[in-house]
Design a protein around this ligand. Structure first.
Ligand code: FES
Length: 163
């Protein structure tokens, strides 16, 4: 039984149409994004299996992609995913303090979700916005924005604006 909704299948079909019929695997990244965005921002095992079945590819081909990229979550996350870059440019511009401030404000550590299910705080590699380090990315249902030149005051304003 296909557990992917009609809407999800239609979106995936738009991607598979871009590739030769025998190369549906090329749409696996797009398909995982679509499915994650429609399912509270994370991918449970049954959804990975459904993507594999829908694309007619081995389940392992989906698992290896979903587990490799940090943009896919294989366990439940908060409504807002806060991805703090701690790579070299951000580190040199104070990302340790950024992480500490988020942790203090949210009452959680990196990799954790607040008890109310609102925020998940994560450490990520370079977000390709080094010129504005330190940087974080805030995602909600797959959509989001970068927050740049972070300071404790900017973080406070950011968190107060996330309802
Ligand atoms: S090192 Fe942080 S955005 Fe590049």
């Amino acid at each position: 039984m296909n557990i992917l909704s009609h809407e999800i299948c239609n979106e995936i079909d738009q991607w598979t149409a871009k590739f030769p019929k025998d190369k549906k695997q090329s749409a696996v990244l797009a398909a995982l994004h679509i499915v994650q965005n429609h399912n509270d921002g994370w991918l449970r095992r049954e959804l990975l299996d459904a993507v594999a079945d829908y694309l007619e590819i081995p389940k392992m081909a989906v698992y290896e992609v979903a587990s490799f990229y940090s943009m896919f979550d294989l366990k439940e996350t908060g409504k807002y995913k806060i991805n703090v870059c701690t790579n070299i440019s951000c580190l040199l511009r104070g990302s340790e303090g950024v992480v500490k401030h988020f942790e203090k404000r949210l009452g959680i550590s990196l990799g954790e979700t607040t008890p109310d299910g609102k925020f998940t705080l994560r450490e990520v590699e370079c977000l390709a916005a080094c010129v504005n380090a330190p940087v974080c990315q805030v995602l909600c249902k797959g959509k989001g924005d970068y927050q740049v030149d972070l300071t404790p005051e900017k973080i406070d304003t950011l968190l107060e604006g996330l309802k």
